[in-house]
Design a protein around this ligand. Structure first.
Ligand code: ATP
Length: 311
């Protein structure tokens, strides 16, 4: 299916983004080779929320993370984290990052507990001598992700899902108030995915803010309060119930998405006229009711139920 992408002005953050959370305003990133990976991107997510970052490969998701982490410089625009500039937030250890598996050199000989201890570096002095509180934080973080028994294992010896949990533990040990997760579900089984989602929901209850890039469309309405649709700029952002729609997904993914409509004999034994739409970019598919695409999965929070019902 070929869908044309309409040019839309990048939506600007509303008042909800003032102060807390992550606020990105007109962010533009141009790499050294001249490639502009992010153009005039704007959105705001308040604290105590989980936001999904959704877009095709190369749409700028990792670039946006790098900008929030201060790894790449903004050519234009401005990012604030919990009301602070990026350097101020990094200095206070407020931002934790769970990288994509491809970004890590798994041959580097380091123990699981040492990886998690790296999360404590920002809390230590120049000599990086761990204190009792650092060891306790590592212990607690490993226990929280169910990886205590693996603490003396080399990180490279673990499965994909176990490695993800270790990097989540590193973010927990750091005690970041803002946690950026770059594709945490890629290469993990459903059980680990559920465990990660439960952990993120618990972290939300603690008032943290999480930005999660994912190709796993089916899980977004399950646990993400907000959605940001990216295609080198922000096409749409807002509550998942009103933003994560079929129309917006088609805008963001164009012909990359597979789209099936099931109805008639392939869905019902009787003359029931109702249809199901299935949308996928080849990870977990999103299932929606009917031609307009009403989500089957439950939105993350009760108030978004109300918004969905009022559609
Ligand atoms: N260091 C770099 N130098 C030049 N171009 C880059 C660099 N890093 C990324 N890019 C380009 O910027 C664009 C956005 O890349 P980015 O990694 O942010 O996308 P993404 O949405 O995270 O993709 P994926 O879903 O594949 O992880 C791509 O076209 C990529 O080739």
């Amino acid at each position: 299916m070929n869908l044309q992408v309409k040019a839309r002005p990048s939506p600007r953050p509303g008042p909800e983004g003032d102060g807390g959370g992550i606020r990105v305003c007109g962010a533009t990133v141009t790499y050294r080779n001249g490639h502009r990976a992010l153009r005039d991107a704007s959105f705001a997510i308040p604290t105590g929320t989980i936001a999904a970052l959704v877009g095709v490969n190369g749409s700028g998701k990792s670039t946006l993370f790098k900008a929030i982490m201060g790894f790449v410089r903004l050519a234009k625009g401005d990012i604030t984290v919990l009301g602070l500039t990026v350097p101020q937030a990094l200095k206070k250890n407020l931002v934790a990052y769970v990288p994509q598996a491809e970004e890590v050199d798994w041959n580097f000989p380091v123990l699981v507990e040492d990886v998690v201890m790296m999360g404590r570096y920002g809390h230590m002095n120049m000599l990086r001598m761990p204190k009792k509180a650092d060891h306790e934080a590592v212990e607690a973080a490993l226990a929280r992700v169910g990886m205590s028994d693996f603490r003396k294992r080399q990180i490279g010896e673990l499965s994909g899902g176990q490695k993800k949990r270790v990097f989540l533990a590193r973010a927990l040990a750091q005690d970041g108030r803002v946690i950026l997760l770059d594709e945490p579900f890629t290469g993990v089984d459903v059980k680990t995915e559920d465990a990660i989602i439960r952990l993120l929901v618990a972290l939300r209850e603690e008032g943290r803010v999480m930005l999660v890039s994912t190709h796993n469309l089916g899980s977004v309405p399950e646990f993400c309060d907000r959605t940001i649709l990216l295609k080198n700029t922000v096409l749409a952002y807002g509550p998942t119930a009103t933003t994560f729609t079929r129309e917006n997904l088609e805008l963001a993914f164009g012909g990359v998405l597979r789209h099936f409509v099931l109805g008639g004999e392939s869905l019902h034994d009787d003359a029931d006229p109702r249809q199901l739409s299935v949308i996928s970019d080849d990870e977990r598919p999103l299932v929606m009711y009917g031609a307009r695409g009403r989500m089957v999965t439950q939105p993350a929070k009760p108030e978004t139920d109300a918004e969905a019902d009022s559609e």
